[in-house]
Design a protein around this ligand. Structure first.
Ligand SMILES: [Zn+2]
Length: 526
């Protein structure tokens, strides 16, 4: 900014250059950002978003090829590996049912009559279910809530030891979801844990009676069910296995009717309980047999990582992260005009290409900022920021040495001069630096994307209180569709976004001090 937008007399300019060379609050050298060209970013997008890569779904062959491509690029331009590797590995579990016949739910009435329910139709094991085969007396425990401040305890006075506990999701009318303590307690996972702590050998969850759409079994959806949920085209991936030691199943209205006689009976029972502000009481008779068997296959994924060391002996142990996710959602089950490959050109071949060319720009100039630059291309973002969460949980360097994170996700579409910036309400200085660098680039910046904040990888770093900035050129009708193709991108714009991120990252990496993270004021957070 200094050097290019103001014209100094030669003498001062020389002095300033000397000062910068010695390491001041420096900007990137004049013209260094021009190493980022529209032609180069375009070439990356064309390959990454080609049909050959099949939409880069995490774990697929095309995804592997994309990773290899990025690594080859880093090697060829001289970006260094971390501990000898460009791969940051993490593990996840793919869930499946270990045999449909092993999943059972049966009810034996006091008179001995037995009802066997059907998996998928009447019940589903929960994602967090343990494996087991239990036959025991059933105990009804209302909502399964324990809220001492409201003098409400659904488990009070009940012996749960060795029993199968039946609870309803939902909540008493008078409880407000605005009460944060209440909101936490309403989590199904917590209700299950409370039951297990009290000795339950299995938990059966009936959907909220008050919800109109409800009364279908909730729980783990396996692939044969996924076509009913259009958005779920990815496999069910979990970070942990064995969250619960006991079987947990969700059931539907048929099961509820069988256990309680009729839904109307239960509805009026809950209504009375709500108005009296005392947990509902109902004695369940009979026995349940619950059997669940989930299989967890271990999957290994890789974020791609490379480092450009800083110039300062001490500060080079600190890192400015420039990141983008390189995965996308793969192949759709429904073709549009014969095309079922979701190429993800804007989402997020664009950000990936930007990071690759920012890396090249760093290697093209002899000067270096004092801190190191860490380039990370994240996997499994589309599965819920999985790769970036895995990185901050198990970083390649101490997490406190990551001084800032710049994220580029969908940066190649819409109006040539508009760019949205997110996350900087957590670090006003980063906002200012980016604005200063933008005077030469010339975007019209908008701070209107806080509602997208938790939908990309910067959120994982912000959770660790690391200052972040999120570059985003906005949504469009091709978002997560087969039509998100390379020929719809504006490569001049993409290159300019990358130049801005390059210049901003350089400034941050060369600061005398560290940027400060401040918790955003929720009232004004946009
Ligand atoms: Zn996406």
């Amino acid at each position: 900014m200094f050097l290019s937008s103001l014209s100094f007399p030669g003498f001062f300019a020389t002095l300033l250059l000397l000062f910068l060379a010695a390491g001041g609050n420096g900007s990137a050298p004049e013209g260094a950002d021009k190493a980022i060209t529209a032609e180069n970013v375009r070439a990356h997008v064309i390959y990454l978003a080609s049909d050959e890569l099949g939409g880069r779904g995490t774990g697929t062959e095309g995804f592997r090829k994309a990773g290899d491509y990025i690594i080859r690029h880093f090697k060829s331009i001289g970006i260094q590996p971390v501990d000898g590797s460009y791969e940051h590995h993490f593990h996840r579990y793919r869930l499946s049912l270990a045999g449909v016949e092993s999943q059972r739910l049966e009810y034996t009435a006091p008179a001995g009559m037995q009802t066997a329910f059907k998996i998928k139709q009447h019940f589903l094991p929960f994602l967090t279910s343990g494996n087991g085969d239990v036959t025991a007396e059933a105990v009804f425990a209302g909502y399964g809530l324990v809220l001492p401040e409201y003098e409400w305890d659904d488990y009070a006075g009940k012996s749960l030891k060795g029993k199968i506990v039946v609870i309803f999701s939902g909540k008493p009318e008078f409880l407000s979801k605005k009460d944060r303590g209440v909101l936490r307690e309403l989590a199904t996972s917590l209700r299950i844990r409370r039951a297990v702590e009290r000795g339950a050998t299995a938990v059966v969850i009936i959907p909220d009676l008050k919800r109109r759409s409800g009364m279908t079994p909730e729980g783990y959806l396996w692939s044969s069910l996924m076509h009913t949920r259009r958005s779920r085209i990815a496999p069910t991936i979990s970070a942990r296995k064995g969250l619960n030691e006991v079987p947990v199943v969700g059931v539907n209205r048929v099961v509820a009717n069988t256990l309680f006689g009729s839904l109307d009976t239960i509805r009026s029972m809950f209504k009375i309980a709500d108005s009296l502000r005392t947990p509902p009481v109902f004695r369940l008779r009979g026995k349940l047999h619950v059997s669940t068997a989930l299989r967890f296959d271990t999957l290994t994924y890789r974020n791609i990582i490379g480092v450009w060391p800083g110039s300062d002996e001490n500060l080079k142990r600190e890192f400015v992260v420039i990141g983008a996710h390189y995965d996308h959602v793969g192949i759709s089950q429904t073709a549009v005009k014969g095309d079922s490959i979701l190429n993800g050109a804007d989402d997020n071949a664009s950000g990936t290409a930007a990071v690759m060319e920012i890396a090249r720009a760093y290697t093209k100039t002899s000067a270096r900022p004092r801190r190191s630059i860490l380039f990370i291309l994240f996997a499994a973002e589309e599965l819920g920021l999985v790769g970036s969460r895995a990185y901050v949980a198990d970083p390649s360097f101490p997490i406190e040495d990551h001084v800032a994170m710049l994220n580029l996700d969908m940066v190649g579409r819409n109006n040539p001069d508009s760019l949205s910036i997110g996350g900087v309400n957590r670090c006003p200085e980063l906002k200012q630096i980016n604005e200063e660098e933008n005077t030469d680039i010339g975007f019209t910046l908008a701070y209107n994307v806080e509602r997208f904040f938790y939908r990309s990888d910067q959120a994982s770093f912000a959770r660790k209180k690391i200052p972040v900035i999120f570059y985003f050129t906005g949504e469009h009708k091709d978002y997560h569709r087969a039509s998100d193709e390379a020929d719809l991108l504006d490569y001049d714009k993409l290159a300019r976004v990358a130049r801005l991120a390059f210049r901003t990252s350089w400034r941050v990496a060369d600061l005398d001090h560290r940027l400060r993270y401040t918790e955003p004021d929720r009232r004004f957070a946009r």
